[in-house]
Design a protein around this ligand. Structure first.
Ligand code: PEP
Ligand code: MG
Length: 312
């Protein structure tokens, strides 16, 4: 009965002893925005804006974009809405953002790299974001590898009058030098899907490599820990918006590693909320510590579970 009650509860996320962990939604458009509200998300942790316009031949106007972003901000009064600038690439081709032919598109001019080469589309997007009224809007860049890139992005945003600026940590170099990136921006958000792809040199689209994408890989947990530690040292938020946040046991482990918010598909919110609410911060920390002591993903998962009764 207690489990059922927890599963239907839609209050703010947090551990059993009251450590708050805002639970946010990953969305790609208005339908998922509605689902996020219905699932009791506290905000949007990742607005994948490229999905809004994937099938469009021409770049959407600033006004059309503004309306989409405004709707998200209005859906979460008092909450945060993190809008990610276009993450076009080989896996998400955008007709209006032509990609050069490349032998290794995942290692090519995707994400922010494309925007730096051809800034017009991002320029319109930032203007649209700057025209959004109300509070809670945050803007972040995908595929940032260096502090110089973070600096470039922060300056572009600043020129438009945008104030709450972040970058994704989804390339190992960015995790290793998170402190340098954090010096240039207000927050970071870890994209574990790509971080795992690049850390393990394993194409995220290849099911045959799924063992390397196991989110319990201690190497991935180390990169998350390193980033969360750097953020904690300067008192800036560090979220996770990759698929790992959608697993209740991993959500506890990420919290134990010092991650300050979790963003996931709306359908995952209830289970993560219940899993967190059933464990203390101390249990989350013990699980995270135990997991990182292990040499393999399977061992890490088993070691964490000892501290997280009721979760598998
Ligand atoms: C990620 O890489 O973890 C992420 C959240 O971004 P996307 O899945 O859109 O690449
Ligand atoms: Mg990514």
């Amino acid at each position: 009965a207690r489990k059922a009650a927890l599963a239907s509860w839609t209050g703010p996320g947090g551990t059993a002893d009251g450590h708050p962990v805002p639970l946010l939604a990953n969305i790609g458009g208005p339908v998922e925005l509605d689902a996020a509200v219905a699932a009791g998300a506290e905000g949007v942790g990742l607005y994948r804006t490229e999905f809004l316009f994937l099938d469009r031949a021409e770049a959407p106007s600033a006004e059309e974009q503004r309306r989409a972003y405004q709707a998200a901000v209005e859906a979460f009064p008092g909450g945060k809405v993190v809008v990610r600038t276009l993450d076009g690439g080989a896996d998400k081709p955008l007709p209006f953002l032509p990609m050069p032919a490349e032998p290794n598109p995942a290692l090519g001019e995707r994400g922010l790299r494309r925007s730096m080469k051809a800034p017009e589309v991002m320029d319109t997007q930032l203007a649209a974001l700057a025209a959004v009224s109300g509070d809670g809007l945050q803007v972040m860049a995908p595929m940032v590898a260096t502090a110089e890139e973070a600096t470039w992005f922060a300056r572009e945003c600043g020129d438009k009058g945008l104030t709450d600026i972040g970058v994704m940590i989804e390339i190992p170099s960015a995790a290793l030098r998170a402190a340098d990136l954090l010096a240039m921006v207000d927050f970071v958000s870890i994209g574990t899907n790509d971080l795992s792809q690049y850390a393990f040199a394993a194409d995220r689209q290849l099911g045959a490599l799924s063992a390397l994408h196991d989110p319990w890989q201690p190497g991935l947990l180390d990169l998350v820990a390193m980033t969360a530690d750097a953020a904690a040292r300067v008192g800036k938020p560090c979220g996770v918006c990759g698929e790992v946040a959608a697993d209740p046991a991993l959500a506890c482990v990420l919290t134990g590693l010092g991650v300050s918010s979790l963003s996931m598909a709306p359908s995952a919110l209830a289970a993560v909320r219940a899993g967190l609410a059933a464990h203390t911060l101390e249990q989350c920390r013990a699980a995270a510590h135990a997991a990182r002591e292990q040499p393999s993903a399977a061992d890490a998962r088993a070691a964490a579970r000892v501290h997280l009764p009721g979760l598998d």
